[in-house]
Design a protein around this ligand. Structure first.
Ligand SMILES: Cc1cc2nc3c(=O)[nH]c(=O)nc-3n(C[C@H](O)[C@H](O)[C@H](O)COP(=O)(O)OP(=O)(O)OC[C@H]3O[C@@H](n4cnc5c(N)ncnc54)[C@H](O)[C@@H]3O)c2cc1C
Length: 220
């Protein structure tokens, strides 16, 4: 999936451990019982668990994703820590050409909100978007100049912008992803992180239809 729609952003499933039945059987072990195939009683049990915050059965399914997102989004994404493991590309070790997210629509400040933005772009959108893109490219150019002058990658990276893409592998439990998505699908969250949460949500809805619907129906 390409959450930002610029052909560089990415959310991709690498591995999924478990399914809706994993949640059911983690709960049914309390009674030393096991379901072999999902039935309506199992779906009901999942909804009961989600509604009453019996969250541990949702810890068992694990999902591994490869995600490519701008650093300003990753800064927020990484605040969700419990239930996740992450490993990320390091610009101490690599010095390949940086890729940046250059938005085409520059949302205007909303005077009614302390944070966030209006859905509409600023008046001089095209001119400013071009200027922003030029500025981002010039920072990448400076990075290459520093590297060519033998500056170490860990030092040269200091000029790179917050909208530079980073890439990481993330493993999280179904419960952890549900919490992250609920918080970041909220309209008060930054639009770009909402777009990533939307992408993850679609992928997990497909893999865990009953559990995902049940978890997302309850407040975080
Ligand atoms: C719309 C929005 C705006 C935000 N704005 C800001 C901001 O302006 N500044 C800012 O710094 N952050 C901001 N955040 C980040 C926010 O404060 C959280 O860090 C982030 O949402 C992750 O929360 P989490 O509960 O999923 O974290 P996790 O660390 O993944 O924790 C998950 C849960 O584990 C438990 N837990 C974790 N750590 C502890 C602990 N030490 N003690 C007890 N229980 C614990 C809690 O129940 C917690 O909810 C914002 C988040 C959102 C969604």
């Amino acid at each position: 999936m390409d959450p930002l729609g610029d052909s560089l952003s990415k959310v991709e499933i690498l591995e999924v451990m478990g399914n809706d039945l994993t949640v059911v059987n983690a709960a049914r072990v309390s009674f030393h019982k096991e379901s072999k195939e999902m039935c309506e009683a199992d779906a009901k049990l999942i909804r009961y668990l989600a509604k009453h915050k019996h969250v541990t059965p949702f810890f068992h399914p694990q999902i591994r994703l490869r995600i490519k997102m701008p650093i300003f989004v990753a800064r927020e994404w990484y605040r969700h820590q419990i239930g996740f493991a992450r490993n990320e590309v390091s610009r101490r070790y690599v010095d390949f050409e940086p890729e940046v997210y250059a938005p085409k629509e520059l949302r205007a400040r909303d005077p009614k909100l302390k944070q966030g933005s209006k859905p509409e772009s600023v008046e001089n959108n095209n001119r400013l978007a071009l200027a922003m893109s030029v500025s981002l490219n010039s920072q990448c150019l400076m990075y290459n100049i520093l590297l060519n002058e033998n500056v170490a990658p860990e030092v040269a990276r200091m000029v790179l912008p917050q909208s530079m893409y980073t890439e990481f592998i993330e493993t999280g439990s179904l419960a952890a992803y549900a919490r992250l998505c609920q918080l970041r699908l909220d309209p008060t969250a930054q639009k770009e992180i909402q777009q990533y949460a939307e992408a993850v949500s679609k992928l997990l809805q497909d893999k865990f239809p009953v559990s995902w619907a049940a978890l997302m129906a309850e407040p975080a």
